[in-house]
Design a binder for this molecule. Structure first.
Ligand code: RIB
Length: 330
């Protein structure tokens, strides 16, 4: 079906294209009520809507921001997206895209070629220097989130992952756990490595034997499938690198007639919304997802408006939320 153009609206209304353009862009003061009605009626009748890309090319003030994330289904990322969407000013359009690490670079180039004003990148950047050069050359500012690396030239929103891991360890050690395990993905992001580092360092400082590490896929299924190894390890407590893994571990335990926290204490990471509703509710290290989304948006807008400003890093705190999956042991 042919797309209705502004020319079709002008023809239908019997006025010029310029008149239609003025009226549809709320610049209608100098036109009679009758002309305005004719244009609005023609627009309605033909189902015309303006082409935002064309407006962009003509220098409209709408800002297009591309947001690249690893997943749309993990509530950690969808909460960030929702927060960005809810906080976006009227003159901003967000374009969300999921990407694997391998495809990140080509996806970024694709977005830049399509004319984005700025990017928010929530995926590990493999070659940060090259990407920085590429984007700066094209005057496309970017902000990264959910990463730890500080190259000195990247604007970023991150959380204190090291402290997050320590909080999890401290809680379990206070409850009397001495034999612990960590469940992490095969592919570790640097921020996740920081979590593990924080957990390990706390254990080491307090004379707790080194937690065993089990690797699996970063998903609920991955958590469920690693349960036989956890049971065999005789660990009394597990730190799961995110809540999805923790939920999977709970399912795997239940499938084997075992229970959390009676047979295993469990701490997750993120505090996705399911965490408080599942039974038992999940003890976890909460990341401020809404703030991450809102601040990423504020920062990228600032960069778009004033590209020459200094590099900014915003580090947000994480907090432990104690619920029902952890218990005291002798
Ligand atoms: O749930 C997704 C996890 O991967 C989160 O913990 C986030 O920080 C990311 O690294």
């Amino acid at each position: 079906m042919k797309k209705v153009s502004i020319k079709d609206v002008a023809r239908e209304a019997g006025v010029s294209v310029t008149t239609v353009s003025h009226i549809l862009n709320h610049n209608e003061k100098r036109f009679s009520k009758e002309t305005i009605h004719k244009v609005m009626d023609a627009k309605e009748k033909l189902g015309y809507f303006p082409n935002k890309n064309a407006q962009q090319l003509r220098g409209s003030k709408i800002k297009l921001i591309g947001v690249l994330l690893p997943s749309l289904t993990n509530p950690f990322f969808s909460t960030i997206m929702q927060s960005m969407d809810q906080n976006k000013p009227e003159d901003v359009d967000l374009f969300f895209l999921t990407t694997t690490g391998k495809e990140l670079e080509s996806n970024i180039k694709h977005l830049v070629e399509r004319g984005r004003d700025g990017l928010v990148i929530g995926r590990l950047i493999e070659n940060p220097e090259a990407l920085d050069t590429y984007l700066k050359k094209r005057n496309v500012p970017y902000v990264v989130l959910d990463q730890s690396e500080d190259h000195g030239f990247t604007d970023m929103i991150r959380t204190d992952e090291n402290a997050g891991g320590q909080l999890a360890a401290e809680h379990l050690v206070e409850l009397g756990h001495r034999s612990m395990a960590i469940v992490q993905p095969y592919e570790m992001m640097t921020n996740m490595k920081d979590r593990v580092h924080g957990f390990m360092t706390y254990c080491q400082k307090h004379g707790i034997s080194k937690p065993a590490i089990y690797e699996t896929t970063l998903s609920k299924a991955g958590g469920a499938s690693i349960v036989p190894s956890i049971i065999e390890s005789k660990a009394t407590a597990v730190f799961a690198i995110n809540d999805e893994l923790a939920i999977g571990i709970m399912r795997g335990m239940a499938d084997r007639g075992m229970s959390v926290p009676n047979d295993l204490s469990l701490v997750g990471y993120d505090d996705i919304d399911f965490a408080r509703y599942i039974i038992p509710s999940l003890t976890t290290v909460a990341q401020p997802m809404e703030d991450i989304g809102a601040l990423a948006l504020t920062l990228i807008m600032k960069k778009i408006q004033n590209q020459g400003s200094d590099t900014e890093k915003i580090e947000l705190p994480n907090k432990l939320v104690v619920r029902e999956t952890t218990r005291r042991i002798n």
